[in-house]
Design a binder for this molecule. Structure first.
Ligand code: ADE
Ligand code: ZN
Length: 328
């Protein structure tokens, strides 16, 4: 049995990281950019480790040069997500890759992305909401520019602010100004942490950035007092098991802490992160959890409820998606 048709809520997807390699190759050809080195002989993305992954990722974004490119990308990504049963997606958008975090340019890219989102909602029945994300290894000054883009365009659609990139660059507190700016604009907050660094990084991220969700956060399991604290505070983890295994955070899903975190009362959700890079889909994530940890339809229904409760969307959207989850 496969969970392909089971409805799903995904909270952690990077729009550029979801670009199918053939899509990126097509744009590279159109624009006469040679990025052949980022693909293997089968045409998949090729990378050695996490830092090399970030380099390959940034090389792929070089061919995404206009709002129209992002319109096409968003449509392609949402069609694929919908084919795997995703009814609601929160996706990380990076103004850094959309005009270099210049507010005027960002508005044009965002307009194009939202146009694609409306079309995908009509054509494929999937709802998209955006989270602006800054990139940690680009540094705190660039993060402020990105936060300004987010603050200027914050509304019911552009509803969150977050941070991805190299977790080993600097400390969470270095980015407090950017997160404060986003919070003051009414945006909800999440940040990657506890993917590469351990429990102290998760603790500092919650404390210094005031986030209510953590991207990954899985290495919190190495400190059970922290796990208890996350459970008590209701901090939600955007867990991406396939990503963690593909990047070598854990050797196999059977060694992944998602089940232990869940058993200890932490609110876990499941996402793909950058699906073509990690050879995964939401269907595969669900099927793998069913096989390895014996999760059932009831477990996945509970997972969906946690995810939609933790979504950064407005209440009308949340109720509409909840209804959809109950009736499909
Ligand atoms: N950007 C895209 N994928 C990422 C990941 N897994 N960790 C940090 N930054 C990312
Ligand atoms: Zn991520």
């Amino acid at each position: 049995m496969s969970y392909r048709d089971f409805p799903k809520v995904e909270l952690h997807l990077h729009i550029e990281g979801a670009a199918p390699p053939a899509f990126i190759r097509g744009l590279a050809q159109e624009k006469h950019v040679d990025i052949s080195g980022i693909f293997d002989e089968r045409g998949n993305y090729r990378f050695r480790d996490f830092l090399h992954f970030l380099k390959v990722y940034e090389a792929a974004t070089q061919v995404l040069q206009s709002p129209e490119d992002f319109r096409r990308l968003t449509l392609a990504v949402l069609e694929e997500s919908a084919a795997h049963g995703v009814v609601y997606s929160e996706t990380f958008l990076s103004p850094d890759f959309c005009g270099g975090s210049d507010v005027a340019a960002w508005r044009e890219y965002l307009h194009a992305i939202r146009e694609a989102a409306s079309q995908a909602e009509r054509d494929f029945g999937i709802t998209l909401r955006g989270i602006v994300t800054c990139i940690r290894h680009f540094g705190p000054e660039q993060a402020k520019k990105t936060a300004r883009c987010a603050a200027e365009t914050a509304d019911d659609w552009l509803c969150g602010f977050g941070m991805g990139g190299d977790e080993n660059a600097g400390a969470p507190g270095d980015f407090a100004y950017a997160f404060d700016m986003a919070r003051e604009a009414g945006l909800r907050l999440t940040s990657h942490a506890g993917e590469w660094r351990g429990p102290d990084e998760v603790r500092a991220t919650v404390r210094d950035l005031g986030v209510e969700r953590i991207g990954h956060g899985v290495r919190a399991i190495e400190d059970l007092a922290l796990v208890e604290d996350l459970a008590e505070r209701g901090v939600v983890l955007e867990v991406c098991p396939g990503s963690n295994v593909a990047l070598g955070v854990y050797p196999a899903l059977s060694a992944h802490p998602i089940e232990k975190l869940r058993e200890r009362g932490v609110k876990v959700t499941v996402s793909t992160d950058d699906p073509p890079f990690f050879h995964t889909t939401m269907t595969q994530e669900f099927d793998n959890l069913a096989r390895v940890f014996k999760w059932t339809e009831e477990d996945f229904a509970a997972l969906n409820r946690i995810a939609i409760e933790a979504a950064f969307c407005d209440e009308d959207t949340r109720s509409a998606i909840l209804k959809k989850l109950e009736t499909t």
